[in-house]
Design a protein around this ligand. Sequence first.
Ligand SMILES: [Zn+2]
Ligand SMILES: [Zn+2]
Length: 111
Amino acid sequence: MRRDGTNPDDVQPEDVLCDFCLEPAWALNRPCVEGHHGSIICGVCLSKAWVVVQCERDGEAPATCTMCLEDRDEPGWRGDTSAHICKRCIKQAAGAMHKSKDWDWTKPDCS
Ligand SMILES: [Zn+2]
Ligand SMILES: [Zn+2]
């Protein structure tokens, strides 16, 4: 998400916040994946989401996903905010982050 008051013609790294922890993911040079409507999840949040949903097979009740805007009938994860990410988006984002050569991000080990 963009920080309130961001100039759309001159977006600064500090203006780009993770929807799930509200930290400036770009300025911190964290890996991040974008969803619809400028939504963003950073690597730190994605790791937490992965552990809860993929490793512990737990998660929040289904809700409208901030990343894909769909209302999917599967558990998801919620960060420090009201943002919600569905299981499918967690898998997709993890795949993208894992593959990217720009970032040193690996899926958390469930064992
Ligand atoms: Zn985050
Ligand atoms: Zn989703």
